[in-house]
Design a protein around this ligand. Structure first.
Ligand code: SF4
Ligand code: SF4
Ligand code: SF4
Length: 762
């Protein structure tokens, strides 16, 4: 190392230049040298040019002057590169610049290839941003560029690492290491023979005129060149959008609802034909993910979706068939099949649904009781789908032979037949009279025989025990209470936390008087011909299983619970009986069926039979995806004659990119309680099968939405910009314009944006 040398740093207020000078001093101190370091900025604002200095020697340093003839110059922002930046740099010295430009571009721009000093270039801003150093508005580059400095000046990495540890900066060391490894640099060109006055030899960037005599706006000081980063308006993923399994643009439809129900319905209709259904029965994962949840309660998204769909039908109206329309058969008229048919019809192709029951709807009609899903709402949405030209062939349960015929008849097939095989219990007494599958019981409730009411059709007496913890269990329990049972107990082998049923359903069941026996596993039934009780064993919870829920371990501690009827709600599995021989339907996604020697055929799975995700909304998303895959495989074209490829298919968004609540400026939002729906008193509700939840009273709930990641034109950026250089535009789609010739890149607008709809970039 040289006996003594001086370093000068050029940066902007906020970039950490003075700290960078201190880091260099600390490294050399660690190596046993005398050091001195100081900055010469005082009250400059963020973005203003600042300098800092470091002296290193083997003897005590007594010189207190600023550095005028530096051996090394570090430039933390290439927009600062000008005549005075290189002033006094000695021959044989070194220049290191933070810039996204490559060293070749530097040569052309600044003639550094003929300079008598070493030149190094590193994009420290990009590296620091990648490593998350700084805030989302201001990237701090000091600890990163110090890594590049160490490489050029042969500073041992161990010394640098120890210094970062001592200064509490070790979390930034990976960025320094990346800069160390990726810095581009080149030694001086014949430095001994080159004149020392670099200002005459280096082609420097043009210096902008400081006083603008022409413009009368603002201060006239064009300070935009101070800026190392610029703000811009962006659209980020809102958590509600990321979590809606159907792919609804939640932030979009809530924003549009401010204008009108019609505008909101048009947005919903792009992704779903079943918004009135989902507005009633969706478990609403969007609300669990809502950024408002932790603040003062999630936005009632499901309630707003229902408000819109109950006011205006969301499905698109008539769509003309494309000239080369494809014909696609859909097996199953439940939510997955209906969504697939809608997607196909929307793209101008022909969809035909095959349904075993007398009417379309699948589990929506056979499984969900009318007090949760009023049939007029379901019927209306199905009618809107059929109005697009979708054909329905009902009342025919298919066989494998018939399936093969359909496959030959159509261009493609989507199998969305749900989970048809019912799980039973192989324990003593399982054959006793009085034990019934919950799904069959709900069928009786929902599709009463001619002339019977649901109460008559589903009549049940005494103490009814429902075994299971999912939505079918809740529907059975609440229906039994309405159909004559004087007591209903739900016995479940895990705890409340692990119950898969929708939380609100469990709560409503509790309010209606359902009793819960948790951590109980049925191990037998008592009775002679008729059931008289269920034998329940206590359950201990073990380690989490594959589903993340704690594994139930059945104990030998048992007791008999007297009862008059048992409804089994233990789940369903896929029934592949309708598939022709040799067909294999892949599990876990909507992929194509393989058919023996024929290989992959144009048959796709959708909904529970393909993914087993188990909710109406997941089934809608799955149906959409299967329809898109089928159309893409057929190289179909949409109504605008744009070829459909896989990029047009509804994909699950990358949830990791959703805006977290920590990026929302909560102080901009007043706390307000969520608006809840009007519900019937539980004691009255259990007397009949009338709809329990009657929806929101108004749409005022929309005002609680933060609009995460989406600009609402709230003017906060405009108000907070200290330079006053953001102005409103009247053009559609671009509400604001930043005058970059005056923007110092301070990042205040980005920091203050309440909803994270702005970002800084180089
Ligand atoms: S369908 Fe369900 S998850 Fe999607 S927006 Fe509606 S309530 Fe939320
Ligand atoms: S606050 Fe609004 S935009 Fe943000 S997650 Fe909740 S519903 Fe979505
Ligand atoms: S607040 Fe104003 S000066 Fe600061 S970055 Fe935003 S637009 Fe530029």
């Amino acid at each position: 190392m040289k006996k003594s040398f001086e370093v000068r740093l050029h940066g902007r207020g906020g970039q950490g230049g003075v700290t960078c000078a201190k880091i260099l001093a600390a490294v050399y101190a660690h190596l046993g040298h005398s050091v001195q370091t100081f900055g010469d900025y005082a009250s400059e604002r963020s973005g203003a040019p600042v300098r800092a200095y470091t002296r290193v020697g083997n003897e005590p340093i007594t010189n207190r002057n600023k550095v005028y003839e530096p051996d090394e110059v570090l430039v933390l922002d290439d927009s600062l590169l000008g005549a005075d930046t290189l002033d006094g740099l000695v021959d044989g010295g070194a220049l290191l610049v933070n810039s996204p430009l490559s060293i070749e571009v530097f040569d052309q721009k600044y003639s550094t290839s003929t300079a008598p000093f070493t030149t190094g270039v590193i994009d420290a801003t990009a590296i620091a941003r990648k490593h998350g150093i700084g805030t989302r508005s201001v990237v701090i580059v000091n600890t990163t560029i110090a890594g590049a400095y160490a490489r050029i000046h042969d500073v041992p990495l161990e010394a640098l690492k120890q210094t970062y540890t001592d200064l509490g900066l070790i979390s930034n060391f990976p960025a320094a290491l990346e800069a160390y490894e990726s810095v581009e640099y080149r030694g001086p060109v014949d430095g001994a023979h080159v004149e020392k006055h670099m200002a005459t030899q280096v082609t420097l960037p043009e210096v902008e005129q400081i006083i603008d005599h022409v413009s009368s706006s603002g201060t006239g000081l064009a300070t935009g060149s101070w800026s190392s980063q610029k703000p811009s308006y962006v659209e980020n993923l809102a958590p509600c959008n990321a979590w809606c399994p159907a792919g609804n643009d939640v932030v979009g439809f809530i924003g549009a609802l401010e204008t009108s129900e019609q505008a909101a319905a048009e947005i919903l209709g792009q992704s779903t034909p079943l918004a009135a259904v989902c507005g009633r029965v969706c478990p609403a994962p969007c609300m669990e993910a809502c950024n408002r949840a932790e603040y003062d309660g999630a936005v009632n998204i499901r309630g707003l979706e229902r408000w819109i769909a109950d006011t205006i039908p969301v499905a698109v109206k008539k769509v003309a068939r494309v000239s080369n329309a494809k014909r696609i058969a859909i097996i199953g008229g439940g939510p997955a099949g209906l969504a697939a048919a809608y997607e196909i019809a929307k793209a101008g192709h022909a969809a035909s649904i095959y349904e075993g029951e007398k009417e379309l709807g699948g589990v929506l009609r056979t499984g969900i009781p009318v007090y949760r899903l009023a049939r007029p709402a379901l019927d209306q949405e199905i009618e809107n789908i059929l109005a697009l030209g979708v054909e329905a062939h009902c009342d025919e349960f298919l066989t494998a032979n018939r399936m093969a015929e359909i496959e030959a008849e159509y261009d493609a097939v989507i199998i969305a037949s749900g989970l048809q095989k019912l799980r039973g219990l192989e324990v003593d007494g399982a054959q006793l009279a009085g034990i019934e599958q919950g799904i069959q019981y709900l069928h009786r409730v929902n599709l009463p025989e001619d002339g019977k009411s649901p109460v008559e059709s589903a009549a049940i007496q005494g103490h009814v025990v429902v075994l299971g913890g999912g939505n079918t269990a809740m529907d059975c329990a609440r229906s039994a209470l309405r159909a004559g049972a004087n007591k209903v107990t739900v016995a479940y082998r895990r705890s409340f936390d692990e119950m898969p049923a929708i939380k609100e359903e469990i709560e409503e069941a509790g309010r209606e008087g359902i009793v819960f026996a948790m951590l109980r596993q049925p191990v037998g039934f008592s009775g002679t011909d008729n059931l008289s009780g269920v034998v329940l064993a206590e359950v201990d919870l073990g380690e989490p299983d594959d589903s993340g829920r704690r594994r139930p371990i059945t104990s030998t501690r048992t007791a008999v619970m007297d009862c008059d009827a048992v409804l089994l709600a233990l789940g369903q599995t896929e029934d592949y009986g309708l598939l022709p021989e040799g067909w294999e339907l892949p599990w876990g996604s909507e992929r194509r069926v393989t058919a023996g020697n024929r290989g992959e055929i144009l048959v796709f799975g959708a909904g529970d039979i393909a993914t087993g995700e188990g909710t109406v909304t997941h089934a809608i998303g799955s149906g959409r995806r299967a329809a898109g895959l089928a159309l893409a495989a057929l190289s179909a074209v949409d109504v605008n004659d744009v070829p459909l490829d896989e990029t047009h298919i509804f994909q699950r968004p990358d949830r990791t990119t959703a805006i977290p609540v920590t990026d929302i400026r909560l102080d901009h939002f007043a706390r307000a309680q969520a608006d809840t729906e009007q519900t019937i008193d539980p004691m009255q509700a259990v007397k009949n099968f009338n709809q329990v939840n009657n929806g929101l009273r108004s749409k005022q709930e929309l005002h609680r939405c933060f609009s995460c990641g989406h600009c609402t034109e709230c003017d906060t950026c405009l108000v907070y910009c200290p330079e006053g250089i953001i102005r409103r535009l009247t053009d559609e789609g671009t509400p604001y314009e930043v005058d970059y010739s005056y923007c110092k890149g301070c990042g205040i607008c980005v920091e203050e944006c309440p909803r994270s709809a702005m970002e800084m970039s180089s």
